[in-house]
Design a protein around this ligand. Structure first.
Ligand SMILES: *[C@@H]1O[C@H](CO)[C@@H](O)[C@H](O)[C@H]1NC(C)=O
Ligand SMILES: *[C@@H]1O[C@H](CO)[C@@H](O)[C@H](O)[C@H]1NC(C)=O
Ligand SMILES: *[C@@H]1O[C@H](CO)[C@@H](O)[C@H](O)[C@H]1NC(C)=O
Ligand SMILES: *[C@@H]1O[C@H](CO)[C@@H](O)[C@H](O)[C@H]1NC(C)=O
Ligand SMILES: *[C@@H]1O[C@H](CO)[C@@H](O)[C@H](O)[C@H]1NC(C)=O
Ligand SMILES: *[C@@H]1O[C@H](CO)[C@@H](O)[C@H](O)[C@H]1NC(C)=O
Ligand SMILES: *[C@@H]1O[C@H](CO)[C@@H](O)[C@H](O)[C@H]1NC(C)=O
Ligand SMILES: *[C@@H]1O[C@H](CO)[C@@H](O)[C@H](O)[C@H]1NC(C)=O
Length: 333
């Protein structure tokens, strides 16, 4: 009996320690003097998002970023030092003396800074919020000096706002490859000259556009015209200071949904399917060659899956008949 009770005491203290570890792990904020070292993470209060160091796929380089905490494969939604990866696992994240957030490598050299210092750093807080937003707050816990939602990488999350009243705004940029988060060839954002629309660029060239926002939908996104498929929850909002933004919320707020630009140039909308443990793709753009910007030239007419895909508007002929015959539509009509 004595042996048994010792064992129960052992088990009891083991589980107390275990829950303490769990409890200590679920920290969602740090203040000045604290840091996140490689191997440590912050987890948002709802445990949906996690912040720390990771290496993408088979890359050995370390990046500081945010990913889905509970979802298979822990997809990354934001990266800080995308241009300056760290080799080795001695990186750290903390407030600098100057009030900026900084990511440093093992030699104490800054590889990334928020570049937006909080004035009274002694009472500042860095917090990973439930939406997946890393915020730098002042001593009142309210004033936001910097937030990752204002400095996105390739992912457009629910409740993120993108500016839609300032000409051409390239808010998102793709990764360079599946395992390299440095900025790639593709960008996405809003062209607000005239009625606003979403645009996907390949370098400086337009690759795809959503069509104008008509107050409820983007007129050029095929599935958006159908009420049955209207699960996007897009909103065009005004902050009261003359700025307009696009934002969105899934119909069911407990759904995990994200838009992102793939490294090879597609804008896709994904929703996590809990029962099947996979992402369901709700849409992908450009969906076919006809969606590519100006694919058949100014006076060409495009028909998806038709053969040939391009034909001329009545009264026009191809500029380069020989190339058109080969299916090279780039010369236009
Ligand atoms: C990583 O994996 C990809 C595809 O599986 C491969 O092409 C690439 O060479 C690998 N890179 C390294 C550094 O092993
Ligand atoms: C890193 O730099 C900080 C000041 O920015 C200093 O306090 C600390 O001692 C340095 N650590 C190492 C290992 O050099
Ligand atoms: C911190 O931010 C300020 C203001 O943007 C900038 O002048 C300073 O160089 C930054 N510090 C670092 C280490 O980036
Ligand atoms: C800010 O939040 C922390 C908890 O994170 C709390 O201890 C502190 O009192 C709050 N400060 C103010 C001014 O509300
Ligand atoms: C929202 O999603 C949750 C989890 O998938 C589900 O349990 C709930 O029934 C859904 N609510 C509605 C209104 O569909
Ligand atoms: C999850 O995926 C399965 C199989 O593709 C599908 O039948 C089911 O409707 C999906 N669940 C949700 C909530 O979309
Ligand atoms: C429209 O939705 C259907 C099913 O929901 C999907 O199969 C199709 O690929 C979508 N079309 C586009 C252009 O995304
Ligand atoms: C397509 O045609 C254009 C002229 O219209 C030509 O400059 C270009 O080289 C052609 N592309 C290919 C892949 O043949």
């Amino acid at each position: 009996m004595a042996f048994m009770s010792k064992k129960s005491i052992f088990l009891f203290s083991f589980f107390s320690l275990f829950s303490l570890v769990l409890f200590c792990h679920a920290i969602d904020r740090i203040t000045k003097g604290q840091s996140i070292k490689d191997g440590e993470t912050l987890v948002s209060a709802d445990e949906n998002f996690e912040l720390g160091f990771f290496n993408p796929g088979n890359s050995s380089l370390r990046y500081f970023g945010i990913w889905y905490h509970k979802i298979l494969g822990q997809p990354v939604i934001w990266v800080a030092n995308r241009k300056n990866p760290i080799s080795g696992t001695k990186g750290s994240f903390a407030f600098g003396e100057d009030g900026n957030f900084t990511v440093k490598d093992g030699n104490n050299i800054s590889v990334w800074s928020s570049n937006s210092p909080v004035p009274s750093v002694d009472s500042a807080v860095a917090i990973l919020e439930n939406e997946g937003n890393l915020k730098l707050l002042g001593s009142d816990n309210i004033t936001v000096y910097w937030e990752s939602f204002d400095n996105p990488t390739d992912t457009f999350l629910p409740n993120m706002r993108i500016l839609a009243s300032s000409g051409v705004q390239k808010s998102f940029s793709s990764w360079k490859s599946a395992t390299d988060p440095s900025p790639g060839n593709f960008a996405m954002g809003v062209d607000s000259n005239g009625a606003p629309q979403m645009v996907l660029w390949e370098n400086s060239r337009r690759r795809w556009r959503s069509g104008y926002w008509d107050g409820q939908i983007f007129t050029g996104v095929p599935n958006m015209t159908s009420i049955a498929n209207f699960k996007y929850g897009f909103k065009y909002i005004n902050d009261g200071n003359g700025n307009y933004y696009f934002t969105y919320n899934p119909a069911n707020s407990s759904d995990f949904m994200r838009f992102h630009i793939t490294w090879d140039g597609y804008e896709e909308q994904l929703k996590w399917n809990e029962s099947e443990n996979k992402w369901d793709r709700m849409q992908i753009q450009p969906a076919n060659n006809c969606e590519l910007y100006n694919y058949c030239g100014n006076f060409g007419v495009c028909k998806a899956l038709a053969n040939p895909e391009c034909r001329c508007m009545e009264g026009f002929v191809p500029r380069n008949q020989e190339q058109w015959a080969k299916g090279n539509w780039s010369g236009g009509v």
